[in-house]
Design a protein around this ligand. Structure first.
Ligand code: COA
Length: 257
């Protein structure tokens, strides 16, 4: 994937850049994301990170379904581990991270945003965990991070229905901190990033570490279970049917096999 990084005044803006597929994640793109995030980790000139998507339509439309459709259980598990590594690397950055969600954030798109410290959205933002409509389950952290953020009842509704959450609802349920017109989103993200970047990097990193411990034990073991179940959902009849139906632009017929 093209993952672009622009550094200015202590702020690194990372742009997921594959707009022709609404910034959907292939393995190659995930690897590029991981490399980019790791390169920011030791960069003392970067005090705050903004993550966004190229184009006006999407933050990221999730994992690449055309790549996933033929995966076996083992390959699905490896893909899940790569997604977890990206989300974990984001969450583990010492610098604060802001997701500027500028349109569709579906599946892995929502999960990558959930791994950031703060989420801001444009008015056209749309969140969802549509994995169950594809015969799999969320595999890059949503079963844990969404549940933690919005509470178990709402997370269950969102994950089990696969329905969309628009920007207004996302604001109401605490999935995002603020909603802005599309043409103001990046300016507002930069304003907040500048405010954060003026603070002590040492104190920021320490505050992040301490805040993560508020939930960490439960999240860590939950993530392991999610990763195992995500792998097991590949190579099944329902996974093949769900993803083939998406590619063929028709509704899926699931059998539970
Ligand atoms: N994986 C692979 N390709 C994807 C993709 C994904 N997750 N999301 C979008 N694309 C591709 C489409 O296949 C299409 O490419 P094509 O023109 O070669 O067929 C292109 O991006 C544009 O998407 P399209 O579906 O034509 O746009 P739309 O405006 O009709 O719908 C979405 C936009 C986001 C609603 C729709 O693309 C969608 O539902 N994407 C899948 C989201 C999803 O389930 N993600 C979770 C995966 S676990």
């Amino acid at each position: 994937m093209a993952v672009d990084v622009a550094r200015a005044d202590g702020i690194a803006t990372v742009t997921m850049n594959r707009p022709e597929a609404l910034n959907a994640f292939t393995s190659e793109q995930l690897a590029a994301m991981l490399e980019t995030i790791r390169s920011l980790r030791g960069d003392r000139s970067v005090r705050c990170v903004i993550l966004t998507g190229a184009g006006a339509r999407a933050f990221a439309a999730g994992a690449d379904i055309k790549e996933m459709v033929d995966k076996t259980g083992d390959q699905g598990a490896a893909f899940g581990r790569l997604g977890h590594a990206v989300a974990g690397a984001l969450e583990g950055l010492p610098q604060p991270t802001i997701a500027a969600v500028n349109g569709f954030a579906l599946g892995g798109g929502t999960e990558v945003a959930l791994a950031c410290d703060i989420r801001l959205a444009s008015e056209n933002a749309v969140f969802a965990q549509p994995e169950v409509t594809l015969g799999i389950l969320p595999g890059w952290g949503a079963t844990q991070r969404l549940t933690r953020l919005v509470g178990p009842g709402l997370a269950a509704e969102i994950i089990l229905s696969g329905r969309r959450v628009n920007a207004d609802e996302a604001l109401r349920i605490g999935l995002v901190n603020a909603v802005y017109p599309s043409d103001r989103l990046m300016a507002e993200a930069l304003k907040l990033a500048n405010q954060i970047a003026a603070n002590s990097p040492r104190a920021l990193a320490a505050a992040k570490r301490a805040m993560q411990l508020a939930f960490n034990g439960a999240t860590a073991s939950g993530l392991d279970t999610e990763a195992r179940l995500f792998g097991e959902s590949f190579g099944t009849a329902d996974q093949r049917e769900g993803m083939t139906a998406f590619i063929e632009k028709r509704p899926p017929v699931f059998t539970g096999e």
